[in-house]
Design a protein around this ligand. Structure first.
Ligand code: URA
Length: 225
């Protein structure tokens, strides 16, 4: 009974999250399109990674295209079994056009290597493909404009496990407002794919004592792979 109530709580939180994001981006009315009809109404995207990349390099769906230096599409093995999803490019990523190449990225590389993998074995992407100015948090309207792109990447890669890095990526993909401290350490699902939320490497740079918790999460991923 308690579990059922918690499950219902998560569903209510997800609907609330979705409506809050819609409202923030100016949507005033909402119509429900349930079942296959609604699902098939979703925008169909390019059927391969190169076409998607080509499309996104020209993207002007939100204002971030005005300030970006590069679109940070994603990098790694498009057939990866493990995919990492972060929040948004920072200054170094914007300059180089590649995800997680700054200080937080170097820590992510160490985490991947500690799992016995190389960066080239996994796929790394972000929810937002363009840098928010001064590294501010992504706006709900920006997330709404861009989240479909990482979802298309997930559909193309079909990873066995997704590791979401930090609050923003985890809450966006799992459609929840539950704090990252409560989400991490347990598998969740996105479209039938196992999702392990964990702390963001940038948070670990400020809170190194929590590295052991991230390692616990990585061990669970390794076991699942
Ligand atoms: N932080 C992120 O979330 N993504 C990056 O690519 C770099 C830093």
């Amino acid at each position: 009974m308690k579990e059922a109530r918690e499950g219902l709580g998560d569903i209510v939180a997800a609907i609330k999250f979705y409506l809050d994001v819609e409202k923030e981006s100016g949507v005033e009315e909402c119509f429900c399109a349930c079942g296959p009809k609604g699902a098939s109404a979703e925008k169909a995207g390019p059927s391969d990674m190169e076409s998607l990349k080509h499309e996104l390099l020209q993207c002007k769906e939100c204002d971030l295209h005005r300030t970006r230096r590069n679109v940070v599409f994603g990098s790694g093995n498009p057939g990866a079994r493990l995919m990492f999803v972060g929040e948004a490019p920072g200054e170094d990523e914007d300059a180089q056009g590649a995800p997680f190449v700054g200080r937080a990225g170097q820590l992510l590389t160490k985490i991947i290597e500690a799992m016995g993998l190389k960066r080239e074995d996994v796929y790394i992407a972000n929810i937002l493909k363009c840098r928010p100015p001064n590294n501010r948090a992504p706006l709900p309207a920006e997330i709404l404009a861009c989240e479909g792109n990482v979802k298309r990447q997930i559909d193309l890669i079909k990873p066995k496990v997704i590791c979401t890095l930090g609050k923003s990526a985890s809450q966006t993909l799992l459609r929840t407002m539950t704090p990252i401290s409560a989400l991490r350490g347990k598998f969740h699902t996105y479209n039938g794919v196992k999702v392990m939320p964990t702390f963001h490497p940038a948070y670990l740079l400020r809170n190194p004592a929590d590295k052991k918790l991230v390692w616990e999460d990585m061990k669970k991923i390794k076991k699942e792979l």
